[in-house]
Design a protein around this ligand. Structure first.
Ligand SMILES: *[C@@H]1O[C@H](CO)[C@@H](O)[C@H](O)[C@H]1NC(C)=O
Ligand SMILES: *[C@@H]1O[C@H](CO)[C@@H](O)[C@H](O)[C@H]1NC(C)=O
Length: 198
């Protein structure tokens, strides 16, 4: 196989790893892309509606904006619906103890492999769990790229569980009732930053 060709299409976060690692990342990246077009049935409490939560990778603009609104923050970060892990890895680079929760097993395996291959990301954990049973309390920073149907229930969950001085960063859809402390961008790239004060 032509390694140069493979390296040309490698994901950005794998720059510091071996050629074997690059091949693995490339191979699993192919799987992640294949899985991405499948809709995942997503149980939304309390109404038990099924919501299609397609995997749409975060764009560089979105990553930059998430990084921007997290400036000055530290501690633990959770990415809800972590997809291929790129938000978690961006946060890890910024010094957060960053974890992801994701329902799609292939994306979880892909993220774990990418984390294992890169020393910079090795402390990141990826949980294959349903968000609605996942404990948000340990995290003082939460990022969510949601779908509209889940934002109301997510807002309730985060207000109930999160500690004082937790920052919530929402992309694509805002939290329906809370007032953001900062809004960056417009359209699908909009980022809303919220602060939970208790
Ligand atoms: C709030 O969170 C606690 C756990 O921290 C849970 O037991 C309780 O059911 C939640 N209440 C609501 C209204 O979601
Ligand atoms: C919540 O956190 C803020 C910022 O750290 C702090 O100023 C405030 O006193 C805290 N509130 C309570 C009730 O602990």
């Amino acid at each position: 196989m032509d390694l140069e060709l493979l390296q040309g299409s490698e994901p950005k976060q794998s720059t510091a790893i071996s050629a074997t690692g690059k091949l693995l990342i490339y191979a699993t990246g192919g799987i992640a892309v294949g899985v991405s077009i499948i809709c995942i049935p997503f149980t939304v409490l309390p109404a038990l509606r099924k919501v299609c939560l397609p995997f749409v990778p975060a764009t560089n603009v979105q990553l930059e904006r998430v990084a921007k609104v997290l400036a000055g923050r530290s501690g633990k970060l959770l990415d809800v619906g972590s997809g291929d892990g790129r938000i978690v890895f961006t946060a890890a680079k910024l010094g957060f103890q960053a974890d992801g929760v994701e329902l799609n097993p292939w994306l979880v395996y892909y993220s774990r492999l990418a984390a294992w291959l890169n020393p910079q990301y090795r402390s990141s954990r990826f949980f294959r769990k349903d968000l609605w049973t996942f404990d948000l309390k340990p995290y003082n920073n939460i990022v969510i790229f949601g779908v509209e149907e889940m934002m109301q229930d997510f807002e309730k969950k985060v207000l109930n569980e999160s500690k004082n001085d937790t920052v919530v960063v929402a992309c694509r859809f805002p939290l329906p009732n809370m007032v953001p402390v900062e809004t960056v961008g417009s359209g699908v790239d909009t980022i809303w930053k919220y602060e939970i004060k208790k």
